[in-house]
Design a protein around this ligand. Sequence first.
Ligand SMILES: *Cc1c(COP(=O)(O)O)cnc(C)c1O
Length: 402
Amino acid sequence: MKRHTGLDRNITRKWRPATQAIRGGLVRSEFGETSEALFLTSGYSYERAEDAAERFAGEQEGMIYSRMQSPTVMMLEEKLALIEGAETSRTMSTGMAAMTSVLLSALSAGDHFVIGRVAFGSCRWLSDSLLPRFGITATVVDGADVQQWKDAIQPNTKLFFFETPTNPTLELVDIEAVCNIAKEAGILTVVDNAFCTPVIQKPMDFGVDVVAYSATKMMDGQGRVLAGSVAGSNKFVNETLLPFIRNTGPNLSPFNAWVVMKGLETLELRSIRQSENAQILAEFLEKRIPRVSYPGLKSHPQHALAKKQMKTGGTVLALFLGKDRQQALSLLNNLELIDISNNLGDTRSLMTHPCSTTHSGVAEKERLAMGITEDMLRFSVGLEDVEDLKEDLDQALRKIGL
Ligand SMILES: *Cc1c(COP(=O)(O)O)cnc(C)c1O
């Protein structure tokens, strides 16, 4: 009988994602450990001086320096590629390091790209403030309006960048329709899939070229470490992204890689259960407050699209209480179990006021165009017993007269 380690792709590709997340990518040391080893080393030694020369020349397999390769990080990257269904993947120190690396490696001065309006605040800072300094221009479009993507194309357009569902309004982008437009024009598509994880949404099944993550969110999933990842073709990752990473050094530490790897073992379980909790709470809240934006609700204007491209409605809700900032902050202040926190994708339920926190850096006019109003709260649903969450929401809502 043959024992499988997790590196033989002929075998690991056949496994289902929940198995890949636990078994994929394992390289056992001579001790035969069951859980992946944590290799804390910055360098590697060579038997012979000639080995070093050959490895630097790329003529011999093996590690040379942890900015180039690391055994623990490599195991995580293999797992991530497998569960994404991508040819390969690379990790970075944060989600923003991943987004920045993709954009700076794929674009050059004189290039143009198109970005969905509602995006993570720092992603919009890249498009609005950083990249223009290097001669890279962006057109901002309403991501939900497919025609706007088409109309934004210029002769020098190289890339489409979007989130779906969007943070924090939970609007969707029709992945397949936008990718079809990009393909026709030879444009690279990049999706920030942090809100979904590959358990809930597989953008590559709908034609996306590059899938980027804040692995800080559902992948670690327990609020411990920052991490980012990028999955794509061998050609994009090895030829475009890798030279940038290896020479600029936004690497993920082996320790954080190990923590994320432990998180991945329960990614499917957590994603499904937290989505179930989110669906129950969305239905509960919809009866109590003026509006809830959640792709799993029939009232979501893109519910049919959600059913097409997402397995569940996800784990995040946008709540609109109907009045002003004071009302929204009062609800937060009356919560007893759910934390006031701007993080998301944790086992703990977290709620934040995007207007005054995550999106406070966006100009008010643009914030309103994004649909981020003063009465809005973002609710990341955790893994607690849903009845306890419901009771906490109920008592806090009653205290503010809802
Ligand atoms: C959190 C987040 C990021 C940034 O990730 P970090 O790990 O915090 O750097 C990017 N995009 C989305 C959608 C996020 O939620």
